[in-house]
Structure formats: structure tokens, C-alpha cells
Design a protein around this ligand. Sequence first.
Ligand code: PLP
Length: 413
Amino acid sequence: MHPESLMMSYGYKPELSQGAIKTPIFQTSTFVFNTAEEGKAFFEVAYGLRDKGEHEEMGLIYSRLNNPDLEILENRLTLWDKAEDCAVFESGMAAISTVLLECLSPGDLLLYSSPVYGGTDFFIKNILTKYGINILGFRAGQSKDEIMELVEKSGFKDKLALIHIETPANPTNALIDIEMCREIADFYSTEENKTLLAVDNTYMGPLWSHPIAHGADFVLYSATKYIGGHSDIIAGACLGSKELMGRIKGLRTFLGNMTSPWTGWLLMRSLETLKPRMETQARNAAKVAAFLQHHELVEKVYYLGFIPKEDEVNYAIYKKQYSSPGAMIAFDIKGGEKEAFKFLNNLKLIKLAVSLGSTESLAQHPATMTHIDVSAEDKKANFITEKLVRISIGVENHEDIIWDVEQALNSIK
Ligand SMILES: *Cc1c(COP(=O)(O)O)cnc(C)c1O
């Protein structure tokens, strides 16, 4: 069956919970063993001291290791990306930082796309380097040859352990070819050390892009965004093969950065409406983008639905990787910060806030907000200018969103 048909029931057995139709919130720290022998058996499997027997069910021990709400949620999330396994985290940053820490050792090289989400950028530049990890950024739009030349020149090409990319890149929807990154990873892989590829799919997943199908080892999410979808929780997720996720879950156990049962339960509730929410958001976004494109005070609209066929490289990546133009729009207002701020200050329905993917529409100014910390050079190269505004389109009636955008634009005059 399709994932949207299974979001209400998959992995949950009502008979284990008094017939309750919904998974109860297992708000408990620890679980009672029937016998000491059973407790011993659970620990042996949890700590990898022996493999699970053929008919053996993994028992519950302690909510930092496993909890029914998290296990059912993780099973449901695997369906969208056709992943073998999933781990949920207390934030998107927890998911990302745990993957980076698990896959990189002192002396290794991390290759990453730039710009990435501000928190990821900070973690890479300021935390990973503290542990002797070498870092190397490349920009969306650079060719395979150009990127490989950067790796060759870095002096650490034999140590390339992980490639981390974010596509479409925030805030202008710039695209990166996942299969190209897989080829680069394979080129630098050795028998003993496989170069791994992680893709932050927050902008387009889990509905419209499935990086594992294009060769990614890890798919990462800020579940705070579309998956949570209601601006009321912070959460994250990582998906991949059973083997790799075993390593990620192992580190999660010791960092203790798993989701809480309550947040896990809320995420399951959100997953039931994920598809209708995202589809409404994408439909609205197409209408808002079309309106913006023809407004006299708008210079340029960054929206995946507007990539011209003549832009062959980007058009091909778009067609290959995405099944929708998504619901994120950025645009250049004629003028600069003054005009952009006037627009933002005059919005009535759309909220002036960072974050994205929620039921309500949100607008912000990347250059002075989400991307304030990006270097002037990177800002310029990535079109993060003073006139750029980013909007995350919600599920409101599109006529009301457009009315709001129009009156806020007209207030600039
Ligand atoms: C928000 C976001 C993150 C960080 O997620 P948190 O849940 O805020 O920790 C990472 N990547 C992208 C693309 C994001 O938008």
C-alpha cells in the first residue's frame, strides 16, 4: 500500500494496548522485565553481544534505548523514503550532528555543500574542526570536475569519509545533483573505507524527493518542518540501511539525544496529514509564485517551477530528483533592506518568523536572519542579498495569501 494509507496504523497492534485505536503515549522511563532471564536476553541483544534469535522479539528496556512511540514512528517514517531503518532525534541538529560525529574521525575530510543550514554550518566550522576534522565546502552549481579538483587540492583526498549536502539549498532553491555526489563518493571509496553520502532532505521530503533512490547513504530531516508541520515541536530524523542506522542508534543511545515519547506521539499525529498538508502547500505555492512573477515590485522569483528548460543542468536535476516544485519561494524585491523590511512589517496573515513547512505561511529576511552568519563572499555567490525575502507557503486559502502579499508589496510604494 501507499505510505499515506499506512500512516494511521502501520506497526501498531491495538490488542497490545487495551484495543486503543491510537498508539498511547508511553510516558515511561523504564520497562518491567517478566524475569531476570528476559532482562539479560534483552541487554545481550541491545548491546550487540549476540544476534537476535529468529523468533525473538526485541524487548523494551529503557526509553533512551527504545520506546514504543519512537519505534512505531520510526517504522512509519521508513515507508516514505523506502529506507531499511530510521532513528528519530530531539531536533534536526541532533540528527545531523550525530551522523557527522559517527562518520568522521580526527584527520578525516568532510566535503559539504555551501551554504548549508546555519546550525549545520556552525557545527561543521566551529565544532568538527575542534576535533581535528578537515572540512571542505563546495557551491551548488559547481561541476563534478570542479568539485573533484577541490578535493585533489585539499591534501586530504585519501581521507574523504563523508559528503554532506543540502538540496534544494536554502534560501534560493539552488540544486545539487545527488547522483553526481554518489559518483564522487564512490571514486574516493576504498575497500576498507567507504565514503558515505548524507542528504539533508528537509525542504522537499519526505514526499517529493527520495535521496536513497539516487544513491544517498543517509537521509536527514529537521522534522520540525514539514513532518511536524504545525510549528509546535522541535524534532529530527535520520534514515538509512540497517547496518548504518545501527551505528547511528548506538551513538544516539550514548549522546541521549533521542525524541521524547510525547514528541514522538505528536509526530505520529502529524504524519497522518502529511500528504494532504504538503500537497495543499505546493498547490498554494504555485499560485503565489505566479502572482509574484508578474508584480511590478518583484525583480526575480526563486521557485523550482520556474527553472527554464534552457537551463539544461538544473532542469535535468529538477526533473530527476523532485516530483513537485515544493512550497518554498524566495524573491527579490525591487530595492534593498528598507523595502524588504517594509514588506515584512506590513504582512497581516503571513507571520514574520523563521522556520518553514508549517500549516501557517511564514516570511523572513535571510540576509539578516537565517543566513546572517554566512560570509559576505558566500552571500554574494548564493544571491543572499538585502532585497531577498523567503516565504514558506502554508495551507491557508491561496486567495488570502496572495491578498496579503499584494497589500504588503503595495505598502512599499
Ligand atoms: C531547520 C533546519 C535544520 C535544523 O533543524 P532543527 O529541527 O531546527 O534542529 C536543518 N536543516 C534544514 C534544511 C533546516 O531547515
